[in-house]
Write a protein that binds this ligand. Structure first.
Ligand SMILES: [Zn+2]
Length: 186
């Protein structure tokens, strides 16, 4: 059975009726929505769930793959696509904030990333609905696209910190992850 769209704090049922599942919380024997989304009240299996923005499923320490949607001077915004080790893709758009870009000082984030690139990073903080990701260390871009022709860039033996476009031979710098090229576009 479906209850449809719910907002945070909407009443879903009692703990006698349902086992509170993902996206819910129980208080004084009553179950409420903990996130905004689609409520699913299963009267056969007695489970109550809310499917929606998966912020609650994200935890500090998880490794996330996401697509870069915006690059500012010293931070980037990434839409989470997948959690490493989980099969399923993340349903709705959950945006992550990356400011811990590299081990060295980064003057311009755009020198290390491109919009549309796929990055791998670790969640270092979740606070007030904001999820912060770090691409330091072995993390970084796992798939990048040529800023000139959008072809997928490849690693080159010539440079450690540059990628090359097999289509137009453009060379581009990235914060390259150890896993570069081993992860398919999410
Ligand atoms: Zn190119």
């Amino acid at each position: 059975m479906d209850k449809g769209r719910v907002l945070i704090g909407d009443y879903l049922g009692t703990i006698e009726e349902f086992v509170p599942g993902k996206g819910t919380f129980a208080e004084d024997g009553r179950i409420y929505a903990a996130i905004m989304g689609e409520a699913e009240l299963d009267k056969v299996n007695h489970t109550a769930e809310v499917r929606g923005k998966s912020i609650l499923e994200l935890e500090v320490g998880q490794v996330i793959f996401g697509e870069i949607v915006n690059i500012r001077r010293n931070n980037i915004t990434v839409i989470a696509k997948k959690i490493r080790g989980y099969e399923a893709e993340i349903d709705e758009k959950t945006s992550l904030y990356v400011s811990n870009i590299a081990d060295k000082y980064v003057e311009k984030a755009e020198d290390f990333f491109g919009v549309g690139d796929i990055v791998e990073g670790e969640i270092i903080r979740i606070h007030g609905g904001m999820v912060s990701l770090s691409t330091r260390g072995n993390y970084g871009v796992v798939l990048a696209f040529c800023k000139r022709c959008r072809h997928r860039l490849e690693r080159t033996h010539k440079y450690k910190d540059k990628l090359v476009c097999p289509n137009c031979a453009h060379e581009e710098q990235r914060k390259i992850a150890g896993d570069y090229g081993k992860v398919e576009k999410a």
